[in-house]
Design a protein around this ligand. Sequence first.
Ligand code: FA5
Length: 374
Amino acid sequence: MSAPNKSYDPVEVETLKPEEIERMRDEALAAFAAADSLDALHEAKVAHTGPASPLALANREIGALPPQAKAEAGKRVGQARGAVNKALGGRQGELEAERDARVLVEESVDVTLPYDRVPAGARHPLTTMMERVSDVFVSMGYEIAEGPEAEAEWFNFDALNFTPDHPARQMQDTFFVQGPAGDDAESGVILRTHTSPVQVRALLDRELPVYIVCPGRVYRTDELDATHTPVFHQIELLAVDEGLTMADLKGTLDHMVRSLFGADMKTRLRPNYFPFTEPSAEMDMLCYVCKGESVGNPDRPCRTCSSEGWIELGGCGMVNPRVLTACGVDPEKYSGFAFGFGIERMLMFRHNVEDMRDMVEGDVRFTRPFGMEI
Ligand code: FA5
């Protein structure tokens, strides 16, 4: 600001000349009119009404005028600033109204649109099948037991009476994960080839008597084809108590197939061999479609059991006393039975699935007909 000066002539002060003030006002009005957004308007506001704007600087010059000139210059500058502020307010209002109208369109929500177009996911039929079977045993008082899928060879083979050179060890083609670590270590790590190692874990971990059911994923180096997959599911059952006999095993199997397939179902046992059960058996259930009536009856062929009348379910037997001993259980006092079967095969014959590959491909056209159990 210039110093007060008695001989000061406002007409000679460049910034206070009327045409200068008009030019400053018109420039501000033009800048506001040209601002096409609130941000641009804010910049124009700072430039034309802020403390460093031409009109603000001109206003400061008024203080340097002699008193008789102050009123006239003050009026001129004041009117210009008034017009600028009015134009600014008007343009601000216009741009805010435009923004509000745009937001209302861009952010509108159509509450009449259908809300459920994305189909809800559902559990896989294998999972529901596994839970359905497990529930049969849970309702009989069995507990669900689990074990690791990457399992110590000792649990999968040795403790189950598969000796190192036992042919059965090769029978189950195995994915080896890690060899025995160090010279002292007895056990490498494999992907479990069956759910039977959970029998050993349960006997080592739990108080007797033991009644467990173990659903789970298992692995074998089988090729994926219509009846095999390298990753499949089994359900294992183990009961160890005083006085259990083969009759308890048979009664339990019959109860399971009656619960799952109907009151007139039954099972039969055929001699077989597993290192961890003695005696061992293959378990079959009556064909739930033809109930055995297709056998020797060419007029009534059955695709489900190939007219054999029976469907193979899995393996079973009385727990081998050697397994009980390996788990610290006295075989003189306790006995037990066990069985295990494949869930994929059960799903195949229960629902007439012809190709196991359909179960692993994740195509909803396969899973949808099973319903949407969540
Ligand atoms: C066993 O795995 C024994 N642990 C079963 C057992 C348990 C016997 C307790 C005695 C006492 P096995 O190798 O037979 O047995 O397999 C059982 C079932 O797994 C078969 O009946 C079949 O349904 C299923 N299975 C075997 N390999 C495959 C495969 N590659 N794909 C799909 N299912 C399979």
